[in-house]
Write a protein that binds this ligand. Structure first.
Ligand code: MN
Length: 485
């Protein structure tokens, strides 16, 4: 992600003379360099803008630069905002307005009018904010001294989201099946998703994959088996069953790469003609390498999984499914029939082979493990409301399994829900959140809200502040607002 660049653009004007502008440029560079070290992306000072033409030129550069994912703007001095109109009108990338200063404290003993003229962010930020507001731009405002840890944390979240937006535009999902018959929540408008998020969602008959599977060589399987043995514990003597999964993994990976760079994968336990097992460890291992996966045709989860994996640096992120509750201890057990990413493993994953009661295929090999612990994780669901997409973001605490589950041959997570079990579950259901989610221990609610804002879609947050009656009212207001957009 550090390859991605956010340009720092400073606003000023020529009124204060060349000396001041020299200081402004020097300060801006120093601040951008400091901020850069704390960000997951590269932050680079671009220029100090003093006129409409300069701003238009800067925005053209930002739009055309493929590595650039967004801009940070800041007004060191007063920057008359009419000159920002043309430039901001053509800006095609996310913008964060950093209301900051070169100095943290006022120099009470020495402050004079020269200092006032050179350091008037409080003044310039307002003028700039007016025009952004007038242009109805949905930008982010972050306030704080540029070394302030909280402000930098917010800025890092925004940078991750901006990088996620750029990555999202490249996401292609390969579907080996339609979504599951009769299931509602995994449906959705793929054309709208292509327009809003840039997701290209393509269908291929599973037979096309079978042709790839048939071409996998023993040597390729041997190499991947060595990788499995290094990362996982072989707890089966049915090696042929595991080798079959390795074959699937190699074939799927090759298929996705050769057919044009698919980073999301969708399959369906009921559409496996030509395969004798449901892909288990194959999909689990692919998720550990950055692929997003959606089960039962769930292409929205596959695409979200890919985007969130990218944002999370391929850690602690993947498909999850709300399975069953422990009402006594107010916990949720999340898992799937096989395909839980080893990025969620809190114990060393074991390769096991067991029958699968669904799909009518032979016993599949899968990774079995207990889940990680991680406070302040997120569970995310994207649903199609018919006239818009809604992103539901729930704050959860991933907890250590309170008991071993020796008869449960899958990987899984257990979590506590914010603000409390009953409120959190009710809110999720009122909002229409799906059973399939993408969970991430690395991403925060703020990352996901920023992402939704940059996409220009509705987001719904369930966290420690959620109160059910207010939440239901918010959903009603939100419905009116989003219907009219
Ligand atoms: Mn499922």
């Amino acid at each position: 992600m550090k390859e991605k660049v956010v340009y720092w653009i400073t606003g000023s004007q020529t009124l204060y003379g060349a000396d001041v502008l020299e200081h402004v440029a020097k300060h801006s560079e120093e601040m951008a360099n400091y901020v850069n070290e704390k960000m997951p992306v590269t932050v680079k000072y671009l220029t100090t803008c003093k006129s409409s033409d300069e701003i238009v030129a800067a925005m053209k550069k930002v739009n055309a630069d493929e590595d650039c994912i967004g801009i940070i703007t800041w007004c060191h001095t007063f920057s008359p905002a009419k000159m920002w109109i043309k430039g901001l009108s053509i800006l095609q990338k996310p913008m964060c307005h950093f209301a900051t200063q070169y100095n943290e404290k006022l120099p009470y003993d020495t402050i004079d009018m020269d200092f006032m003229n050179e350091n008037q962010a409080a003044h310039g930020d307002r003028e700039f904010g007016y025009i952004v507001s007038r242009l109805r731009m949905d930008n982010k405002v972050i306030v704080g001294y540029y070394k302030d840890k909280k402000a930098l944390k917010q800025l890092a979240a925004w940078c991750r989201a901006a990088a996620g937006i750029a990555f999202s535009k490249t996401v292609k999902v390969c579907r080996f099946s339609d979504n599951m018959r009769d299931v509602a929540v995994t449906e959705g408008d793929k054309v709208e998703a292509h327009i809003k998020f840039g997701w290209q969602v393509d269908y291929y008959p599973i037979g096309d994959l079978v042709q790839y599977i048939e071409k996998v060589t023993d040597g390729e399987v041997d190499a991947l088996m060595k990788e499995y043995e290094k990362k996982y514990v072989m707890k089966t003597d049915r090696i042929d069953v595991v080798r079959e999964q390795a074959k699937y993994e190699i074939a799927i990976d090759k298929f996705c790469k050769e057919k044009g760079g698919y980073i999301g994968i969708v399959d369906h336990f009921g559409a496996l003609h030509g395969l004798n097992q449901l892909p288990g460890i194959a999909i689990q291992d692919l998720q550990s390498k950055g692929y997003g996966f959606g089960a039962e045709g769930d292409w929205k989860v596959a695409a979200m999984g890919a985007v969130m994996q990218y944002m999370a640096g391929q850690k602690g992120t993947g498909l999850m499914e709300d399975y069953t509750y422990d009402f006594a201890d107010e916990l949720v057990l999340g898992a799937h029939m096989l395909e839980v990413s080893p990025q969620f493993a809190g114990t060393k994953p074991e390769i096991q082979v067991h029958p699968l009661g669904i799909g009518g295929k032979s016993d599949p090999a899968r990774l079995v493990f207990e889940g990680i612990e991680s406070p302040d994780a997120v569970a995310v669901s994207m649903i199609d409301m018919g006239d818009r997409m809604r992103l539901i973001i729930q704050k959860i605490d991933l907890v250590k399994w309170p008991h071993h589950m020796p008869n449960l041959p899958v990987g899984g997570l257990m979590w506590k829900i914010k603000p409390d079990f009953k409120t959190g579950v009710a809110a999720w259901i009122y909002a229409g959140g799906a059973h399939h989610t993408v969970v991430s221990s690395e991403l925060t609610v703020q990352d996901m809200v920023d992402l939704a804002n940059m996409w220009g879609i509705e987001s719904v947050v369930i966290d420690e502040n959620t109160k059910i009656e207010q939440f239901k009212k918010d959903l009603m207001y939100s419905d009116v607002i989003w219907k009219n957009r």
